[in-house]
Structures are given as C-alpha cells and as structure tokens.
Write a protein that binds this ligand. Structure first.
Ligand code: MLT
Ligand code: MN
Ligand code: ZN
Length: 299
C-alpha cells in the first residue's frame, strides 16, 4: 500500500484567499509553504488501482500533480473514480463536483454523510445530469466486514457527531465524522486517516497502536489558537479538532503509541505552517512529524 498526500491544509488552504495572517503571508512570499486542502490517494497492491480519501476543492490540480493519477497514455479518459469520505465537510466533499467528467463516481461513506450529501447539499441531484454517482455503505470497524476498495480493506472508526455547519441541525450520530482504517491484505500493513479528531477514546488509541502509520488531525497547535487569531470564539476542541499540544493535546498520546504519525489538515493559523517554528523541534522530540503536500508514504 502507498499513501500519496494530495494536500495537508484545513478548510481555506494555505494561503487562504481572504487572509493575511503570518501563515498565509508567509505562503505567498515562499510558494514552497503553500498547502492544498487535505486529502489522500491510496494505492492498492495492483498496479493502477487507487482511491481518493476525501475529494477536496483542489482535486483536479491534485490529480494533475501526480503523473500516476493522470489517465494512462493511450487511454482517453479516467472512466471511474473511487472516493471514500471521512465526513460531509465542504473541504472534503466539494471535489465531487469537480470530478463530474468521470463516467461514474463510486462513493463510500457512512449513513449520515450520505444523507447530508443527498439532501442538505444535494450532490446526487446536481450531478445526475453529468455523471453516475454510485453510493456504497462504509462498514464500521469491528462491526462488519470491511469494504474492498481498490484491493484494500476499508472501514470506518466512528469518532464524533461533528457535522458540517450546513447540516448543524441534523441529529447527532457518532458516524458523522470517522477515521478511515485501510488494511492491505497482501502485506498485512494498515493505515489510519483521521483529519478531524474531536475526542480521544480507548478504541481509537488501540487502533492507532495497531496501525503501521497514522495521518491525523493537526488543525490547531493549541487549544486557544482560534480565539487568539480571532477566527472563532470557540476553542480548538470546541471546533471539533483536538489541539496538538496542551492538556487536551494529541501529541503526548500519539507519541506513547509508537506509531509513525503525520499531522495533516493544518489551519493557516497553525505556527507549524512555518518551517522554522520551534514547534517542529518539540514534535520531533516526541517522534512525530508534520505531513507535507506530495509526500509519499510506502507501507
Ligand atoms: C472543519 O474541519 O472543521 C471544517 O472543514 C471547517 C469548515 O467548514 O471549513
Ligand atoms: Mn476541515
Ligand atoms: Zn491566514
């Protein structure tokens, strides 16, 4: 299995079009600091088989950046695209609209996510005249057989009832936001992808410890970051993203598991978007890393 990091930024990207915070200004000055919206391409054991974990507003550029994700020479078009969703957030789903040139889009997601994307953000209806949208249930880890997607076993670990703001009045359900567990039966290696960690649980910790690699929520460095930057009155946890450091932070917990960890979904306020920030060294001391766009993880 191979994970291709298509992007590593939270909603808005880096730089965000309407922002001139130090992170966004730095990314305008130094283009190597730019980050696209977070998402992965996950390659299975067979050649040319892959699926997308989330479909970001940057998806067309993201696919174009990786030669192996472009249509093969001689093949006219990529006919079918497979997408597995962690949630129904706009930064993870708007790319479905950009994929409308496909003959078919196969989507795996949990029930509330499918419901939101069929009613509140009616993608099925909007995309129907353009392409076929084929929905599949994403089985829950430890409760059902995983789905076979591109030769990989994929399931969802329920994380929280964090739902998109456009569907905030929908009923709470722990499968609104999930971690994707991907297991490669040919190598017996597994990865966990969780761009929105709203809370920590024993079950999550066990799954992280059992995985060979995790790509997880690094939206905010500290609990007070959203308030300090004036982007929200809520704390990081209150926004559905456990911070990296502090009493509620994920760093010390992840470090204890000993699993290879990459932080993704960085908000533009996160000091880690600046390569020289001291926080990189603090993370390195704990054996943790920040994911970079276009990074490839071989498992
Ligand atoms: C999130 O990760 O909390 C959401 O994507 C925020 C947003 O709507 O941009
Ligand atoms: Mn997001
Ligand atoms: Zn900014």
């Amino acid at each position: 299995m191979l994970l291709r990091l298509l992007g590593t930024a939270a909603g808005g990207g880096l730089p965000q079009w309407n922002c001139a915070c130090p992170g966004c200004s730095g990314a305008r000055r130094f283009p190597t600091r730019r980050r696209l919206h977070d998402g992965l391409a996950v390659h299975g054991p067979q050649p040319d088989t892959w699926f997308l974990a989330n479909a970001t507003p940057d998806i067309a550029e993201q696919l174009e950046t990786h030669s192996v994700l472009r249509p093969a020479a001689g093949a006219v078009r990529t006919p079918v695209v497979r997408v597995v969703l962690t949630d129904a957030e706009l930064d993870h789903t708007l790319g479905l609209l950009r994929l409308r040139e496909a003959s078919r889009i196969e989507v795996w997601c949990t029930k509330p996510v499918r419901e939101a994307l069929s009613t509140r953000l009616p993608l099925s209806e909007i995309l129907a005249p353009y392409t076929e949208l084929a929905w599949h249930d994403l089985p829950l880890t430890r409760h059902a057989e995983p789905a076979d997607v591109a030769g990989l076993q994929v399931s969802a670990l329920p994380l929280s009832a964090k739902r998109p703001r456009y569907a905030a009045d929908e009923p709470a359900d722990p499968t609104w936001s999930v971690a994707l567990k991907v297991h490669d039966p040919s190598s017996d290696r597994s990865a966990l992808y969780a761009p929105a960690l709203a809370s920590w649980s024993e079950c999550l910790e066990e799954e992280i410890a059992a995985a060979d690699c995790v790509v997880v929520d690094g939206t905010f460095l500290d609990e007070d970051e959203p308030r300090c930057h004036g982007i929200s009155q809520r704390t990081a946890s209150g926004m559905g993203h456990l911070p990296i450091f502090g009493p509620t932070g994920t760093a010390h917990r992840l470090s204890k598991t000993g699993t290879h960890t990459y932080y993704t979904h960085l908000n533009n306020t996160n000091p880690l978007v600046e390569p020289g920030d001291d926080a990189h060294e603090q993370l390195a001391d704990l054996g943790l890393r920040v994911a970079q766009d276009r990074m490839v993880i071989h498992l």
